[in-house]
Design a protein around this ligand. Structure first.
Ligand code: WTA
Length: 569
């Protein structure tokens, strides 16, 4: 039987107190995600159960029980406290997917500090804007990435500590740097958990918008109530499962469902920290007997491209339940997965801002390939008319996806940017920034974003960030960045560039520009193509009309240009 039982029954009289009761949380009392992900499981008799099965490059393996997680997070928490880290201080985790990433996440939360996980692939510029905005006090990193921190630390006065988890003594540490090793530190048996409450801040995730700098989405400890129950009902996790979430915790999926959801349920999860290949992934599933797999459409499409023969070389019979998030899951991918794995990937839709799954396909519910499914119990979702912001009642008409605020994992603000946070609400609805339609049976069908943000392989890229990086190059006079279609990633980044007259297109200019921006952007945000143009289409007030370039790339009707020109009149 599925954990959710029947969706139709669950949506009747749903109340989040179901989750509160299962977690033994009484409103008004202390709630600390770090404690829920470690100590509580040990107290309930799960101390010796594997919590993390980790594999790195070259097949290196490590395993941690829930008691190991408890001890390691105590040890890291104590170390941070001794450095002077207090509740609500921001501690950035800038690590590859090492065990330390997962263990320090839990440790940071236990002392009431705010965890700020960032992709270790970020270049120094991307790292800088996020640490500056958050006024981050400490960063946990590794030898490999410390040079990026050194480049920017002088302009980050709040950054007091740079913690290196794999320091080998070969080169001297520099100012503010300190070594910490879980292998040599004395395990701390007991740590006083900071008494965080429902509204105490927990995690700060940065996400990209169309304009301006990336926004820091602030979450609170009460988010656990949503993350626990959605992990239970949508991912259908059970006592004996071996769960694999392929997402990096630099992305919200890797924390909400790569740490908090599964560990608060006491589920064994595995992590593969090596590059993508179909063989490596299937081998990992076979070896660990993975039962529940949460991944993303681009990965699924890449597996599809690798072919059915590869699948046949492995024993993947352990797989019981598959789910996906991050971008539109095309029906072909759903149908293919059913054919080769005997299970369809179930699509789930949510955002960094929503903190937990909002619209999903549920185990046992009839799947319509290509649809995102239905709202999670307790979630009021609608599509709104873009002009009136009233819910659209006729089926099939496209509108703006919106949610009634009030679920536990909803963001509480954008860090240092309350105005943008407020701008997301109209008529008591939270606007997601996406568009969809609803069919007569209440299934949601995603149609696209309502802004210029590019979703490449599930990663949101701000055209503004890429344009800014391009403009810093001396040859670039103007630039406009849009998505162009791609078979696997659905969208990739394309840049239109007007060059300064003293430069000449061609030769090695493109290479030079690419090398220049590579230092400023994450690899995920890098343009796949630069097209030189004489001028860019603009509104009367000089704003670049990205939508026009976008339409051109996608072979769409451009529509009425006069309205575009009036856009910002
Ligand atoms: C997109 C990801 C189509 C959407 C957890 C959303 C999706 C943005 C889906 C959030 C889906 C996410 N189908 N599009 N199932 N899931 N998206 O903040 O545009 O990185 O607003 O969080 O990804 O991306 P974010």
């Amino acid at each position: 039987m599925f954990n959710i039982g029947s969706y139709d029954e669950r949506i009747k009289d749903f109340n989040w107190s179901i989750s509160e009761q299962e977690l033994g949380y009484k409103p008004g009392s202390v709630i600390n995600i770090g404690w829920y992900c470690s100590d509580r499981l040990c107290e309930m008799g799960g101390a010796d159960k594997p919590a993390l099965i980790w594999e790195g490059f070259g097949g290196k393996e490590k395993q941690y029980t829930f008691n190991d997680v408890r001890l390691a997070s105590n040890t890291i928490g104590t170390f941070l406290r001794e450095l002077g880290i207090r509740d609500e201080d921001r501690v950035c985790i800038f690590l590859d997917r090492n065990p330390e990433l997962y263990l320090s996440f839990v440790g940071i939360l236990k002392i009431g500090a705010i965890a700020q996980p960032l992709f270790s692939a970020f270049g120094d510029e991307s790292l800088h804007v996020r640490l500056e905005n958050a006024e981050t006090k400490a960063i946990i990193t590794q030898k490999k990435h410390v040079s990026k921190v050194r480049k920017i630390r002088d302009s980050l006065p709040h950054l007091e500590h740079i913690i290196v988890v794999d320091y080998d003594g070969k080169r001297p540490l520099q100012e503010r740097e300190v070594a910490f090793s879980l292998e040599t530190a004395t395990p701390v048996e007991s740590l006083e958990i900071f008494p965080t409450h429902a509204e105490s801040p927990s995690v700060l995730h940065y996400t990209s918008g169309t304009t301006g700098q990336p926004k820091g989405v602030k979450h609170v400890h009460y988010s656990l109530i949503s993350q626990y129950l959605t992990a239970k009902w949508v991912l259908d996790l059970k006592e004996d499962d071996i769960y694999w979430c392929t997402a990096d915790p630099g992305w919200v999926t890797g924390t909400s469902y790569g740490i908090i959801g599964p560990w608060s349920m006491g589920i064994t999860q595995c992590v593969l920290d090596s590059g993508f290949s179909a063989e490596a992934w299937y081998r990992f599933i076979e070896k660990n007997r993975v039962t529940v797999w949460y991944s993303a459409p681009t990965a699924i499409r890449s597996l599809m491209k690798a072919g059915d023969e590869v699948v046949a070389q492995f024993d993947l019979s352990s797989l019981r339940h598959l789910a996906s998030v991050g971008e539109p899951l095309n029906s072909e991918a759903v149908i293919w997965s059913e054919k080769v794995f005997g299970k369809a990937f179930l699509d789930t839709y949510w955002q960094t801002e929503t903190g937990s799954m909002m619209i999903s396909n549920y185990p046992g519910m009839r799947i319509k390939p290509g649809s995102m499914g239905k709202p999670f119990p307790g979630i009021t979702a609608a599509v709104l008319d873009p002009n009136t912001h009233e819910p659209i009642t006729e089926t099939g008409r496209i509108g703006l996806i919106a949610f009634k605020p009030g679920w536990p994992a909803m963001m509480r603000t954008y860090w240092n940017n309350e105005a943008t946070y407020q701008s997301k609400f109209v008529n008591d609805w939270y606007l997601s920034g996406d568009r969809a339609s609803i069919d007569p049976e209440g299934y949601f069908w995603f149609t696209g974003r309502d802004d210029d943000v590019i979703n490449t392989g599930g990663h949101l890229v701000s055209p503004f960030e890429v344009e800014s990086a391009l403009l810093e190059h001396e040859a670039v006079a103007e630039s406009a960045v849009v998505a162009k279609p791609d078979e696997v990633n659905m969208e990739v980044v394309k840049a239109f560039v007007v060059i300064n007259p003293e430069f000449e297109a061609g030769g090695d200019l493109e290479l030079k520009i690419m090398n220049f921006i590579r230092k400023r952007l994450s690899p995920l945000a890098m343009p796949q193509e630069i097209e030189y143009v004489d001028s860019l289409p603009k509104t009367r007030s000089g704003k670049i009309m990205r939508r026009l370039l976008h339409a051109q790339e996608w072979g769409e009707e451009i529509g009425d240009i006069s309205t575009l020109e009036d856009d910002d009149a």
